[in-house]
Design a protein around this ligand. Sequence first.
Ligand code: FES
Length: 329
Amino acid sequence: MFEKYFDAVVLARRHLTDRIVEFTIGAADGGALPMAEAGSHVELRFGGETGRFLRHYSVVGPLLPTAREPFWRIAVQREDRARGSAHLHANVRRGTRLRISRPIGAFRLGRNLPHVLLVAGGIGITPILPMLRSLVTRRQSCSMVYAGTSRQAMAYVEEARAIGGERVRIHESDRDGLPDLDAVLAGQPVGTVAYVCGPAPMIDALREAARVRGWDPCRVRYEVFNAAHHPGDGDFDVRLRTGETVHVGAGTTILDALEAAGVDTLSDCRRGECGLCVTDVLDPHDGIDHRDSYLTAGERTASTQLALCCSRAAGRLIDLDIHLDRNGK
Ligand code: FES
């Protein structure tokens, strides 16, 4: 049986923008990396012997269609209060060892679609760029909108243009305002399926525009970038049913903190999408900052459940229906 994590080493790093650094990563033993599909992400454990940070990053490439990968690239945007990205920017250099997971394919491109519309917002380009490469390689009909504040702040603009040519439209919101997503959808061929990755408000706007146009919801497939971490997040305590408290720092998630404390939990996507980590809340105290896209609006309002992988306590304490010594939930 394969181990989930293996040892990797940073082969190179380079600045893509002021806030985005690209790391090229290879297997520590020099061997080939596992196959990764366009849209896959990996979990990175870093920060000392204990690997106190766990973060997810999309595999940017090269994603060769035929060979096992000699290296992967990931791109990390520094968030001012997100300690994981700040730690990577400050400490990870060529030669740094990391623990990295096998690729996780939670955001998969469908096959044989009439037309694919790719929409990337900011650092959301990271899963979208390999999708563009895959679609162009397969001669699949596609187009792409890549929105960011300004070209200087956007990673991989030239690479996207080189791969997709005229199919790629760059939108700079500092100059042109927010992209008109309804107009984008209006120009799509019948049966188009959209893949979107970026900030939650952009994804919500695209889904709403598609709903108003009568698109079947399954025609908009999305991955929320960085659902778990917002600038300005504070720390808080989780109190378990068995009485122990586990501290959740500003730069980590409840799920990561529980795992570090030795609590066995169920999880899969770790992005608030699959619902596997959803747990009963015994007392929300000052409320819950829901960040998943799994619970319904009614379930959120009830404040009786939360997704451990991304949602947070609104105040300094939350009581969850979890035992310290159990296996699974
Ligand atoms: S692990 Fe999928 S919603 Fe939390």
